[in-house]
Design a protein around this ligand. Structure first.
Ligand code: ADP
Ligand code: MG
Length: 693
């Protein structure tokens, strides 16, 4: 027989477990569960508690489990709505009876027969039929005929696992049950003294207890241990990276007051307090031999570019060059204009150039030569910057805008463009609460711009209920009639980009035909479109009045004339993300609006969206998101390379700081992790897997 009762070991693929075929293995893979070890280490995210009870003692409205005998079981079709039900009567050992129904579940009839002993667990309802209690679609487990037989999986605490279509928590629990005897072989990444210091369970206990706790407290102990280890691996990885970066010296860039004075004088506006503070933080870092490695986090429109420009000016004064990489052609061009405007007045010899793949070969060659000879001080560009033939004479500072759009390798390539190690500044407009930033980007120091330049009028935000959709269209029409422009964001559908593109195209056609007919000039942009930049250019130029865009498309461009942002299916987005979209309007002086349409008009969903009408600070919204939807949601599923258990643990800042201290201590005492081989291999795996820079 190919399948043994127990798979061979922890590294065996899950499809060697009895009852898991190819298709289930595929499903588990989507949950990042590939091996027996993965299955064991993935704890349930919560529990349902069913109190064992006799039928006479059942309370309607409470969850309970009952053991009894099947008196009758049959398939029926309801008369009125033609629903297929399986109906059973169960009698417990005290002789009381209850009715149980399952909807549309033909499997029950195959598994359960008259006379079987069974355990059922579910929500108790009072019955419409003669006073007997009832359960609808309860979990069930057939028991051995013996009266003493107790259920293994149904009743008591029942685990809830994360699922994908086709899986149930019970099936996962069944597979876990099969391999649980192997848990004893799990190696512990944590040394005993570390466990003692932080009162943590050993891995074997944690796994046994996490999947099959007797009490809630046992479950939470297990979870805490799992979260601790995961965060420790990450923090140890960061500590190693910091050590590695510190070992490669950069050239210090001395601070010169006259440079910043000249910069400010030519700027045309006063820097905000927040901009001054973070600029100073960057200057302080750049004076050191240890390369700066800083993440600059500031809302859309908070003025991050000016901070980068001031840093570039300081580098230039020290005879060093700066490179700035942006994710799209159009953003790179926008940067080019801004950097020139900010710098060329005060520093006439500070030459700013552009390098993008849409330029002619001759132009690119010219810019490459200027960079390699040291003639130009600042090169702004896209991925074109990290190609092999691009070199810098003396690169002092590397800046990445919208850093989450780039992979680790790309950022590394950019930093490798100089002779030594340049100072590094990453910028992001995704507001990240501090704890999350520490957990995700722990190898960087964090600067936050938490203040907007003065004189911005907040974008008026309104939640529009589905039946008022026409009013939203009317608002778009009237703004367009007044010479303004609008975005319409299509709903987020979690499918392939092909499907997304197709549905956006259909929506675009519909809007064009039925809602915004000629002479309204419409445009469409989605991830699969080759001419993304062209479409965006036409929108910037005012040729397109209403731009239909998918959520996957970066609309991170300033269009001062755009005054309406209409978002379909807004309830599917995180608040922070909606805030990002909203930041695309209100860039000019005229009054702007953001219209949020919800697919799900429930009070809860509308109340969440209402927060956007009151809160205009991205960080506050990110905190709200975290509170309402959890950390995992905030960052989007699985982009972060962290399990939900670890994400959730971030809600407790004390735990994270405990973990950080432990990681520092371990790496401080054992810089190459030679005495922690298991931790070392876990850390190495993480450094390879995750998107941390
Ligand atoms: P982001 O942080 O989104 O990159 P930008 O750097 O593009 O923001 O700045 C947004 C706009 O605000 C730009 O037009 C910029 O010139 C302007 N700006 C930046 N700082 C200030 C300030 N302190 N006062 C007034 N306007 C500012
Ligand atoms: Mg920007």
């Amino acid at each position: 027989m190919a399948i043994l009762a127990l798979p061979r070991g922890l590294d065996a693929p899950v499809d060697t477990i009895k009852g898991i075929g190819k298709s289930n293995a595929e499903r588990l893979k989507k949950l990042d569960i590939r091996t027996v070890r993965d299955l064991l280490l993935t704890l349930p995210f919560g529990w349902e508690a069913y109190t064992p009870a006799s039928i006479a003692g059942l309370d309607p409205g409470k969850q309970a489990s009952v053991v009894g005998t099947v008196l009758s079981i049959k398939a029926i079709t309801t008369r009125r709505r033609k629903m297929k039900l399986t109906e059973a009567t169960i009698r417990d050992d005290a002789g009381a009876e209850m009715r149980v129904v399952w909807f549309n579940n033909p499997w029950v009839l195959k598994n359960l027969h008259e006379g079987d002993r069974v355990a059922v667990a579910g929500m108790v309802r009072g019955s419409h039929f003669g006073g007997r209690p009832e359960m609808q679609s309860p979990h069930y487990e057939r028991l051995e005929p013996d009266v003493e037989a107790q259920p293994k999986r149904v009743g008591g605490l029942m685990p809830k696992y994360h699922l994908v279509d086709g899986l149930t928590s019970r099936r996962i629990a069944g597979w876990v049950e099969t391999v649980l005897p192997l848990a004893g072989r799990l190696e512990d990444v944590l040394a005993p003294e570390v466990r003692e210091r932080h009162h943590l369970l050993g891995v074997v206990e944690a796994v046994r207890q996490g999947h099959k706790p007797e009490t809630d407290a046992e479950y939470w102990q297990a979870r805490r241990r799992m979260a601790f280890v995961e965060l420790l691996e990450l923090q140890a990885a960061f500590a190693l990276m910091r050590a590695r970066i510190a070992a490669e010296p950069a050239i210090p860039i001395p601070y010169r007051q006259e440079v910043i004075d000249a910069f400010k004088a030519a700027l045309g506006f006063e820097l905000t307090h927040a901009q001054k503070r973070v600029t100073w933080e960057a200057f302080k870092d750049m004076q050191e031999v240890v390369p700066m490695n800083r993440l600059l986090n500031g809302d859309v429109g908070s003025g991050k570019t000016a901070v980068a420009a001031a840093s570039a000016a300081m580098a230039h004064a020290a005879g060093m060059q700066t490179v700035v990489m942006a994710p799209t052609d159009i953003l790179a061009r926008q940067h080019l204009r801004k950097f020139r405007a900010y710098l060329e007045g005060a520093f006439p010899d500070l030459v700013v150039e552009l390098l993008v793949s849409s330029q002619s070969a001759a132009e690119r060659r010219r810019v490459r030569t200027a960079a390699a000879s040291g003639h130009c001080a600042l090169v702004v560009g896209t991925h074109a910057l990290i190609e092999d033939d691009v070199e810098f004479a003396n690169l002092g500072l590397a800046v990445v805008d919208e850093q989450h759009r780039f992979g680790t390798r790309q950022r590394e390539l950019l930093r490798g463009k100089g002779r030594g190690r340049p100072h590094f500044l990453a910028m992001t407009a995704t507001p990240i609460p501090r704890t999350l930033a520490l957990a995700l980007y722990g190898e960087m120091t964090l600067s936050v711009i938490d203040e907007m330049p003065p004189g911005r009028t907040p974008v008026e935000t309104e939640v529009i209920e589905p039946e008022q959709r026409d009013r939203a269209y009317e608002l778009v029409r009237s703004e367009v009639a007044a010479g303004r422009q609008a975005f319409v964001i299509c709903p987020l559908i979690e499918e392939s980009e092909i499907v997304v593109a197709r549905s956006a195209t259909a929506e675009f056609e519909r809007l064009k035909k039925e809602v915004f007919p000629e002479p309204t000039r419409m445009g469409l942009i989605h991830g699969r479109l080759k001419e993304k930049d062209e479409v965006m250019q036409r929108f910037v130029a005012g040729e397109i009045q209403v731009l239909v865009a998918t959520a996957v498309v970066e609309v991170g461009v300033d269009v001062a004339n755009a005054t309406v942002m209409m978002i379909e299916g807004a309830d599917h987005f995180g608040l922070a993300q909606l805030h990002q979209f909203r930041g695309r309007v209100g860039r000019g002086s005229s009054r702007s609006r953001c219209l949020l349409l919800a697919d799900d008009p429930s009070d809860r969903s509308l109340a969440r969206l209402e927060l956007l009408t009151r809160i205009h600070n991205g960080f506050e919204l990110a905190e709200e998101d975290m509170r309402l939807r959890g950390m995992g949601e905030l960052m989007g599923p699985r982009q972060h390379g962290m399990s939900d258990v670890a994400m959730d643990a971030l809600q407790q800042p004390e735990l994270l700081s405990e973990v950080r201290q432990e990681a520092q201590r371990i790496v401080g005492e054992d810089p190459n992790l030679e005495r922690h081989p298991l931790l070392k291999s876990a850390v190495t795996r993480r450094l390879e897997l995750t998107s941390i820079s």
